[in-house]
Design a protein around this ligand. Sequence first.
Ligand SMILES: [Zn+2]
Length: 320
Amino acid sequence: MFAFTRATQRARARLAGGVSLTARVRSAMAAALAASALLGALFGPAAAHAADTAITVVAAENFYGDVVKQIGGNYVNVTSILSNPDQDPHLFEASPKTARALQHARVVVYNGADYDPWMTRLLGATAAQSSQRTVIVAADLVGKKPGDNPHLWYDPQTMPAVARAVGAALDAADPAHKSVYDANLATFLGSLKPIDAKVAALRAQFKGQPVTATEPVFGYMSDAIGLDMRNLRFQLAAMNDTEASASDIAAFERDLREHRVRVLIYNSQATEALTRRMLALAKQSKLPTVSVTETQPAGVNFQQWMLAQLDSLGKALATR
Ligand SMILES: [Zn+2]
């Protein structure tokens, strides 16, 4: 077996210089702060009150931020750092805005397993200012570490664990609203049941079917369904932005061209030339494709996002 070690030297070098405040950013921030102070003064105490009393939460990824919002409701003020489904999160660079948001966070949620190593660094840099801060690391909750597939939110076991930890953190930060958080947590856990039911239904129908993917983003879900996921080395190279070997590329192309797999699962956030070429080849070979993203799209919640992807996978697998 090989490990899911990420971040080439190139990516690390790019990350290294990311946290310093340039003068331009500083003056832009000062202007923004002045503007928000002005708005606060204009729109009065109601808006200021909500901002003051809400629990400030920073989530490194927007699906964790969504879970916090669903449990915290009006009592949380959530900032999600990775929230653009058109960008590759593996190439993300931390910005001054990220560092600033973290300084004031009472609760922080991030993925871990080396998906977002910039979080560990930023938290270290701002540790002294917030001794009360609760930090929730999804990987720690489900026993994953650097070298494991980092796309943990596609594992049906991850979100219930994160949600429970979020509920406990909000209870501790704001005991006055414990009953609200507990009720919202129960609702959230209940709302995951259709996802589990869908996974079970797909498993009953398609267990053991061969599939392939451009990146390991859907890996845990594929395992939960019991699919036979092929071309893992190719996927790892795509994730790490390194070169796939000629023989791995040839094997991938043969799988598509000769329909040795039922479906190509395509990560629409990792759009290197080679992954685009595989998508084009699948379409040309009339092989069903399913688009997945690693960041939650705007306008849907976590549950809707997962269900929509599982539905399109089910349709694609049913195609002959
Ligand atoms: Zn990924």
